[in-house]
Design a protein around this ligand. Structure first.
Ligand SMILES: NC(=O)c1ccc[n+]([C@@H]2O[C@H](COP(=O)([O-])OP(=O)(O)OC[C@H]3O[C@@H](n4cnc5c(N)ncnc54)[C@H](OP(=O)(O)O)[C@@H]3O)[C@@H](O)[C@H]2O)c1
Length: 346
C-alpha cells in the first residue's frame, strides 16, 4: 500500500513516501479502513522529532519504519471476528489511540472504540479535520477537568491560542454549550474567531490578555509550556481564586520529563512535578491533559456536525505525496484550523 514512513527522527525531510508497505493485519477487535483522508496534528511533528520516545518506543516494539498520523476518514473494507458495531462498506471517521497504527497510509486497522460513523453532510477531507482535535478538547474538559457540558453554561472561558485546530473546534463546542469565550490570536484571525463564537478576541501582538481578563472560570491553554513559564502564570492569573476554577494545559512536561529521565525514573518524577504544580496553584484546579479515545463522544460530535453546530475548518489540503510540505506548514504554528491530506479520491 501507499504510506508515508519515517526510518529515523528528524525534521520534515525524514518523511518518506513509499508504495510497497504491507497492509496492516486486522485484529479480532479491529476494522480495516481504506483511508480517504487524514490530517496533520502538532503531535505528529513532535513524534517525528522523537518526543515521547521513551514511552512510544516501548509500546512500538518494532521501532522503524514508523507510520505517523492520528486522524482518519474512510471506508471499512474488513471487520475482525469480534467486531459487533460496524460492517464492511460503512463510512467512518476516527483516530488512533495507540502509536502502532498511523494513518498516513492507504489502510489502517483501528479498534472499534477509536471510530464512529462519519457525519453524512461532510466529505472525507472535511471529516479528517475533526476527530483528534475534537477528542482532545473532550478529553481536556470532560475527562481531565471532570466537567459536564451543563457545567460550562454561562461560564467565562479563556481559550489561549484559539485559531488552530483545537482552538477553532473548542470555541465552536464551548459556544454551543453556552460559555462566554475570550481567546487570543493574531489580527488576521480576529473576525474568524468572532464568527466561530468567541465574544472577546484579543490580538496578542497589541494587547496583553492578562491585563484585560479577570475572574474567569476556566482556561483552556493551548500554548501551555510552549508559551513559556510567564505565559502559563499569566493564564492561570485570569482565573478566580476559587475551588470551582479550572486551568487545563495541553502542553506540559509530562512526557518530556520521561524522555529526559527515562521511563523508570521519569514517570514518578513527572507525577511529582504535576503534584507540585497543583499544590502551587490551589485552590484552582490544575490539569495536564492528554488525548483519550471516546467513541460515544465521537458519535455525539458527529451529530453536532450533521446539525451544523460544528463546522470543519481547513487551512490547506495536500496530497499524501506532499506530506513534507504539510508538516512544514503546521510547523509555522500559524495554521488556521487544519492542514488535511488527501490519500485517495477514488
Ligand atoms: N495534550 C494533548 O493531548 C494535546 C492534544 C491536541 C493538541 N495538543 C497541543 O495543543 C496545541 C494546539 O494544538 P493545535 O492542533 O490547535 O495546534 P495548531 O493548529 O498548530 O495551532 C496553531 C494556532 O496557534 C495560534 N498561535 C500561535 N502562537 C500563538 C500565540 N503566541 N498566541 C495565541 N495564538 C497563537 C495561531 O494563531 P495565529 O496565526 O493567529 O497566531 C494558529 O492558528 C499544540 O501545541 C498541540 O501540541 C495537545
Amino acid at each position: 500500500m501507499k504510506a508515508v514512513v519515517i526510518t529515523k527522527y528528524g525534521d520534515s525531510s525524514v518523511l518518506e513516501y513509499r508504495e510497497n508497505i504491507d497492509i496492516p493485519k486486522t485484529k479480532p477487535n479491529q476494522v480495516l479502513i481504506k483511508n480517504k483522508a487524514t490530517s496533520i496534528n502538532p503531535i505528529d511533528l513532535m513524534k517525528r522529532e522523537g518526543y515521547g520516545k521513551e514511552v512510544f518506543e516501548k509500546i512500538r516494539k518494532n521501532k522503524f519504519p514508523w507510520i505517523l498520523g492520528c486522524d482518519v476518514s474512510g471506508i471499512i473494507v474488513e471487520v475482525g471476528s469480534k467486531v459487533t458495531r460496524f460492517k464492511k462498506g460503512q463510512e467512518v471517521w476516527g483516530c488512533t489511540s495507540g502509536v502502532n497504527q498511523g494513518t498516513y497510509a492507504e489502510y489502517t486497522a483501528l479498534y472499534q472504540n477509536e471510530i464512529s460513523l462519519k457525519p453524512k453532510n461532510i466529505n472525507f477531507l472535511e471529516a479528517s479535520a475533526i476527530p483528534y482535535v475534537a477528542l482532545s478538547t473532550w478529553s481536556a474538559l470532560i475527562r481531565w477537568a471532570g466537567l459536564k457540558p451543563s457545567d460550562l453554561f454561562n461560564k467565562r472561558v479563556f481559550v489561549q491560542a484559539g485559531a488552530g485546530g483545537v482552538g477553532s473546534f473548542a470555541i465552536q463546542l464551548l459556544s454551543h454549550w453556552g460559555s462566554k469565550i475570550a481567546t487570543t490570536c493574531s489580527k488576521k484571525n480576529n473576525e474568524f474567531l468572532n464568527n466561530l463564537g468567541a465574544e472577546f478576541v484579543i490580538n496578542y501582538n497589541e494587547d496583553d490578555f492578562s491585563k484585560v481578563l479577570l475572574n474567569y472560570d476556566l482556561v483552556l491553554d493551548l500554548l501551555g509550556d510552549l508559551g513559556g513559564e510567564e505565559s502559563v502564570i499569566k493564564s492561570i492569573g485570569v482565573l478566580s481564586k476559587k475551588t470551582s476554577s479550572h486551568y487545563i494545559s495541553l502542553n506540559h512536561s509530562f512526557l518530556r520529563t520521561i524522555d529526559e529521565k527515562g521511563l523508570f525514573l521519569g514517570f514518578p518524577s513527572a507525577l511529582i512535578e504535576r503534584q507540585k504544580f497543583r499544590q502551587l496553584h490551589k485552590p484552582i484546579n490544575v490539569h495536564w491533559s492528554l488525548y483519550r479515545p471516546n467513541p460515544s463522544a465521537l458519535e455525539l460530535i458527529a451529530k453536532l456536525v450533521e446539525q451544523e453546530v460544528i463546522k470543519p475548518v481547513i487551512d490547506t489540503t495536500f496530497k499524501l505525496e506532499d506530506i513534507e510540505k504539510a508538516h512544514q506548514k503546521v510547523s509555522t504554528g500559524h495554521t488556521v484550523g487544519k492542514a488535511v491530506i488527501e490519500i485517495t479520491n477514488d
